[in-house]
Ligand binder design. Structure first.
Ligand SMILES: [Mg+2]
Length: 400
């Protein structure tokens, strides 16, 4: 059976949330990313009024100010955007349980099973748009097609505050006249190569001989051409928010050496922090778990005022909890770290007044990239290196 996939993208999301909260901002060129005194930042979101001056996300604030000196500049408040995003999610949930949260302002919903119940896809699209407009006073755009790729392009073509549906079988006809850069995944470099080959439209790309595509772009050429033909098989994968992320290990022999226990704990914290960031989440509650040789198990928890995904923050909390566990003079059999009260973390978070974390986020981003490529063990905290280059944890070791 052919699926029907709905893609929804909030229009100028951060700017629209601010405009909905403050009527004085409505109809004005509004730029989120930094206030008037910020000279080094970039535009995070520009309202549609600001876009008419050629201002777009990623542009430097200085350039935006030059193009539109009377624009309003705000640093923004991530909490507000996250709350709005969660409310949108709840509205989508009323239509179908199969929702993929693509980013804070963008989701895919598989509505195949909901079509009959709601009286067709047009009814679903309008229900979603109207409910979001009524409850949150926010504009959004909806695209519907047989797959995620075409649904997303349909949304982009219908922006702002629009709706576009592409019938099954009409995917290719819809894509053909569009310029190649409208195909998601085509960067400026690929675009340049295609244009030098005289390939201006998605249709022309679809018609190129497959051998030429393979020769010019390798395996990517094949994927690119499939996309150009409107073919995509990636499914809507619902994502449920994990309750907690924990890592624990049982020592080979019960230990009374608290230095060694602390080193192990730091190592576990690094693993848990890495998993947390991989999920693009941050935690407010950090707990230490200790099982003694007599099997008595204790957990000590600390709730931070601000959620974090930074290793050194997590470790600092754990080190503060350790003395509580040390009060019992009994050997330790197992230690563990658990991170809970989880929430989504946004890479843009540093724009919203978390300057202290900014440096750490950048460092950890690099570290995580290297770990993804070369394995976790390559980069670790100096304090856990004492455990040796390769940490062998006894089974049951790193529980999820
Ligand atoms: Mg958007």
């Amino acid at each position: 059976m052919t699926r029907r996939i709905l893609h929804i993208d909030m229009d100028a999301f951060f700017a629209s949330v601010e405009q909905a909260r403050n009527p004085l901002l409505q109809g004005k060129p509004l730029i989120i990313g930094g206030d008037h005194s910020d000279t080094r930042g970039v535009v995070c979101t520009a309202s549609y009024e600001a876009r008419t001056y050629g201002i777009h996300s990623g542009m430097s604030l200085a350039e935006a100010k030059r193009r539109c000196p009377h624009a309003l500049f705000m640093r923004g408040n991530f909490e507000h955007y996250r709350n709005a995003s969660e409310r949108v999610y709840t509205i989508l949930e009323s239509v179908s349980p199969c929702i993929e949260f693509a980013s804070i302002d963008e989701s895919y919903v598989d509505i195949t099973g909901s079509l009959r119940l709601f009286g067709g896809e047009n009814a679903i699209a309008h229900h979603i748009k109207d409910t979001i407009r009524k409850e949150l006073h926010l504009p959004c755009t909806v695209g519907i097609a047989s797959n995620k790729l075409v649904a997303k392009i349909a949304t982009n073509e219908a922006k702002p505050d629009g709706y576009r549906s592409i019938e099954n079988g009409k995917e290719s006809a819809f894509l053909r006249p569009l310029p190649v850069h409208k195909l998601p995944g085509i960067g400026p470099r690929t675009c340049e190569i295609l244009e030098s080959l005289g390939i201006m439209t998605i249709g022309a790309l679809a018609d190129l001989p497959s051998e030429l595509m393979l020769y010019t772009f390798g395996v990517n050429g094949y994927l690119l051409q499939r996309a150009a033909r409107g073919e995509s098989s990636s499914e809507v994968t619902p994502f449920s928010i994990p309750k907690s992320i924990s890592r624990e290990t049982t020592f080979e022999q019960d230990l009374l050496d608290w230095h060694r226990i602390e080193q192990t704990l730091i190592y576990l914290a690094e693993r848990a922090g890495y998993a947390l960031r991989e999920q693009r989440m941050e935690a407010r509650c950090i707990s230490l778990k200790v099982r003694y040789a007599d099997f008595q198990t204790v957990t000590f928890a600390h709730t931070c005022t601000e959620p974090t995904c930074i290793d050194s923050d997590i470790i600092h909390v754990l080190q503060g909890l350790l003395p509580k566990a040390q009060k019992r003079r009994v050997r330790v059999r197992l230690v563990g770290v658990s991170l809970s009260s989880l929430r989504y973390y946004s890479p843009q978070m540093s724009l919203f007044g978390k300057e202290r974390s900014e440096k750490w986020n950048r460092v950890l981003e690099k570290v995580d990239q290297i770990r993804k490529r070369h394995g976790f063990e390559l980069i670790r905290m100096a304090s856990s290196i004492g455990l040796g280059r390769r940490v062998c944890l006894a089974t049951p070791s790193l529980s999820r």
